[in-house]
Write a protein that binds this ligand. Structure first.
Ligand code: NAP
Length: 304
């Protein structure tokens, strides 16, 4: 007969991994469902410099540390992608491409993914010069000129990272002020090979016959004049969208993030949302970790 887990955790980023550690330590019969392996979005971050106790650690290292911490407890793990959840009190069915699993409680820690901007050339040239991950793909553009689109923490971190190896980095931002943390802005403005393109929106990514990027068309938001940047790589860092399309039954905010309180309780009893997929103000490793712990505490309360 199919077994019923006390808790099924979906997602293996910082929130899911923390939930796994707390669930194992609470002796809950736990299943972790992960899509691409452990780490989540921190794997796309070169350096995580604001997680207490581990200054300057790389995203990859932090992901590995959290993963091996969880491994120590021998939690059951399966590689699978969730497509649906059928809610039923005390016996929720999580439907995945590797089968269905039943849990008395479910913690959704499915995170979010980079947002597409939807300009011509973006989809066609993704993987051929258009990237959403500077730390993954930056090395392909050593000594070349690239553009970063966006003005948040990720865009600025990406630009700083790329400037180490690239000849030149343009930062294309639609306003005349960055959203990124001041400490990051300061580091960015100190770099000689970074040029800001203030108040420009991206219009089109141009490719050449061999299918690689040859330029980025940008438009001045004030004059509507167009300029073509001669770049061979375009890094898009324009925010994220939640990975929550597998359910319509949970309450979500206007951006599609799952609404759950500070205890991570959703509108369905026994179902919890943790980390970046939860509607919240601040998405950081530290807040994801906090959610992971809270979600398990709430799941335990529910089980009792
Ligand atoms: P974000 O803070 O939402 O920034 C997205 C940027 O993209 C904004 O500057 C936005 O412009 C721009 N943008 C959005 N749509 C656009 C479009 N269609 N065309 C052109 N530009 C567009 O996203 P993020 O940088 O990915 O960061 C996500 C979250 O992770 C944030 O909460 C961030 O603080 C956090 N984070 C923290 C750290 C850290 O603390 N070390 C590191 C990475 C990420 P506007 O500014 O005009 O809206």
């Amino acid at each position: 007969m199919e077994q019923t887990y006390d808790v099924i955790i979906v997602g293996a980023g910082p929130a899911g991994l923390t939930a796994g550690i707390y669930a194992a330590r609470a002796d809950l019969k736990t299943l972790m469902i992960e899509r691409y392996g452990a780490g989540g979005q921190i794997l796309n971050t070169y350096e995580v410099d604001n997680y207490p106790g581990l200054p300057g650690i790389t995203g990859a290292e932090l992901g590995e540390k959290m993963d091996s911490h969880l491994e120590k407890f021998g939690v059951e793990r399966v590689m699978a992608e969730i497509s649906d959840i059928r809610f039923s009190e005390g016996a929720n069915t999580v439907v995945t491409d590797a089968g269905t699993f039943t849990g008395k409680t479910v913690i959704l820690a499915t995170g979010n993914s980079p947002r597409k901007i939807g300009i011509p050339g973006e989809a066609e040239l993704t993987g051929a010069g258009v990237s959403y991950c500077a730390t993954c793909d930056g090395a392909f553009f050593r000594k070349r000129t690239v553009a970063v689109i966006g003005g948040g923490d990720v865009a600025v971190e990406d630009a700083i990272f790329l400037a180490r190896g690239c000849e030149k980095v343009y930062v294309v931002h639609r306003r005349d002020e960055l959203r990124a943390a001041k400490i990051l802005q300061k580091a960015l403005f100190e770099l000689d090979n970074v040029e800001m393109k203030w108040s420009f929106i991206p219009k089109e990514i141009k490719g050449i016959e061999d299918g690689s990027v040859k330029g980025l068309v940008i438009e001045d938001v004030k004059t509507h004049e167009e300029t073509v940047l001669d770049v061979s790589g375009v890094f898009i860092a324009t925010g994220n969208t939640p990975n929550a399309s597998y359910t319509d039954a949970l309450e979500k905010d206007q951006n599609g993030y799952i609404i759950a309180d500070e205890s991570c309780r959703t509108n369905i009893p026994g179902v919890f949302a943790a980390g970046d997929v939860r509607s919240k103000r601040l998405r950081q490793v530290s807040t994801a970790v906090s959610d992971g712990a809270n979600a398990v505490y709430s799941a335990q309360e529910f089980l009792i």
